[in-house]
Design a protein around this ligand. Structure first.
Ligand SMILES: [Zn+2]
Length: 318
């Protein structure tokens, strides 16, 4: 894959390239933009480019590039902290390591994922390193909530904004760079709404077979939907409801006469077309509203009885 056209993020990549050419891609940077669009992947690619030993960087093949890809390069440090805050203990390593010379590469790179989770103590401790960054250290803060990062940290970093790819653009990237077949690339590109990171995450867990299984067992099955849904655990139910919403969205849009290639489930267009006469627009509106409401209940851990009642209402329409 060439760095110039990675992941379709042409604009941020060209800004990064101009910093690298000017030899000023060091110190603090913030990669901001919606969740799951590939900011972290770009940060890793940049790390490869800065440390690659080939002429055409990043080659993706040299020892340095491979170590970075496997996240085992001694000069690449990634800080992330799941659900909780990023505390001072989590970044102490950066504060110490940043002062040493790189072990193997040309640059030491610190990637702080979900940087909006830095608690005030950690953010303040980071400030000093951001104020006087060593020349061979790069700190990349990745965030989809830059407004939650303290102003003093924001003001010491150069900001690079990322945007979701157009859905069709993501489909092309998945086809070309990830060698997916056309129907899978279309589904993931459209279902993930242009968010590359999400599409790549779903690539392994939600292929055509899995998402079609949800359609077949919930929409086309004679078994009551309600029972089908209540057999799932919370995460499965969450995925099922989202997939179901996308099926009904497609039925709605096809019924409204939208171009076929705008639907998510292009691979099952024929089955969807057969369902158009089964639902009125009002019924489709009600089903989609009930699904969103159920998702909300699920997120708020509202008791199953209410959720069940709501799903039952959807089932009666289906
Ligand atoms: Zn390389």
């Amino acid at each position: 894959m060439r760095f110039a056209d990675i992941l379709g993020h042409d604009k941020p990549v060209s800004i990064i390239n101009s910093y690298i050419e000017a030899n000023s891609f060091s110190g603090g940077f913030i990669f901001s933009g919606p969740e799951g669009i590939g900011k972290r992947l770009v940060a890793q690619m940049v790390s490869q480019k800065l440390n690659c030993s080939a002429v055409d960087k990043p080659c993706g093949l040299c020892e340095s590039c491979l170590k970075i890809e496997k996240l085992v390069h001694p000069d690449l440090h990634i800080i992330q902290n799941g659900q909780g805050q990023i505390k001072i203990d989590d970044i102490r390593g950066i504060l110490r390591e940043a002062n040493f010379r790189p072990y193997e590469g040309a640059m030491k790179i610190f990637i702080i994922d979900d940087a909006h989770k830095l608690n005030p103590d950690a953010a303040n401790a980071l400030l000093k390193t951001l104020e006087e960054p060593p020349k061979d250290a790069l700190i990349i803060l990745i965030t989809h909530k830059p407004q939650n990062i303290i102003k003093t940290v924001l003001s010491r970093c150069k900001r690079i904004k990322f945007y979701p790819l157009a859905r069709a653009g993501l489909e092309t990237v998945l086809l070309k760079d990830y060698s997916l077949d056309k129907l899978t690339a279309h589904f993931l590109g459209f279902y993930a709404e242009g968010r590359l990171g999400l599409a790549l995450k779903l690539k392994d867990s939600l292929g055509l077979t899995q998402k079609n299984k949800i359609f077949d067992s919930f929409v086309l099955s004679t078994k009551p939907l309600e029972r089908n849904l209540m057999e799932q655990n919370k995460d499965q139910l969450h995925d099922c409801l989202n997939i179901l919403a996308s099926w009904f969205r497609d039925i709605y849009l096809l019924k409204a006469g939208l171009a076929d290639n705008e639907i998510i489930h292009l691979d099952r267009k024929h089955d969807l077309l057969k369902l158009l006469s089964k639902f009125s627009f009002k019924q489709l509106d009600d089903i989609m509203a009930a699904i969103s409401e159920s998702l909300l209940y699920l997120e708020r851990n509202i008791n199953n009885k209410l959720l069940l009642h709501n799903l039952g209402a959807i089932c009666r329409v289906i």
